[in-house]
Design a protein around this ligand. Sequence first.
Ligand code: SF4
Length: 326
Amino acid sequence: MHPFSYTKVSDVAGALAAGRRGGRYIAGGTTLVDLMRESVERPATLVDISALPLREITTTAGGGLRIGALVRMADAAAHPKVRATFPVVAQALEMSASPQLRNMATMAGNIMQRTRCTYFRDVTARCNKRQPGSGCAAQSGYNRTHAILGTSDHCVATHPSDVAVAFAALEASVHLLGPDGRRSVAFADFLLPPGSTPHREQAVRPGELITALEIPSFPRPLRSGYLKVRDRQSYAFALTSAAVALHVRGGVIREAKVAAGGVGTVPWKLPAVERRLIGERPSEALWAEAAEQAADGARPLRHNGFKVELLKRTVERQLRIVGGAA
Ligand code: SF4
């Protein structure tokens, strides 16, 4: 572990001042401390923001939800408003990590977590994300768990968060506060695909602090849920996953929000699947036809070709679970 300084702030103004001086925010620490132990991350200054008043979950005027950045994963999963309004969020959280980690990790920290690519965490391996320009050991290495969508020649790592897949499906936004004031970023623009700069992972400006995540309102009733396929049933990252939300009225699908995890360099929204569903009546045939488009544009690597079919089956199964059949 490399030497670093530590300061704890008690208000947002203090956090922003420390952030302006180059301090690195930390709250639950469930990702960053691990990475510091492994010398993957070497921040000079840690700014502990865990005491900031960003722990509320509130209903917005239109019936959406605003989740404070420092709400613990376990608290968000157990919150009655989250469970009643967006079960897909509660389920994604409950299928993440372990109970101990969910009791520590925060919602903002969850979406900011870094990839679990083993080469990223091995400082002796080539990795453009950890050391820009050094290469990508995963391209020719063992890439069974890597991405098939949104990849580039520079990086093929997946984004590991489950709840980020639910946020992508629901078209959430991220609220930020920084030296230039407040702003809000659509979730689709917040996590960045690797392109030629895989070390740039989020649309956060220097010194900015995430204050909340907001899920917009939807027509009711909205059925939603999350399905995660993994090598073992607890404490494992997704091989594939699907977040689905459907509004069905008069026997017809009026709204469809679908995203996939475990397959993309960022949570992967599936607009072609959504378009196929809207205006149709739920049926077994419809779920299969829509899911057939889930892997459009996939570029499998040597060891992860199985994800193409697994993704389609995961999406089909979750459409059936959420939407039922006529
Ligand atoms: Fe690094 Fe990305 Fe390649 Fe993994 S896939 S070794 S994170 S550049």
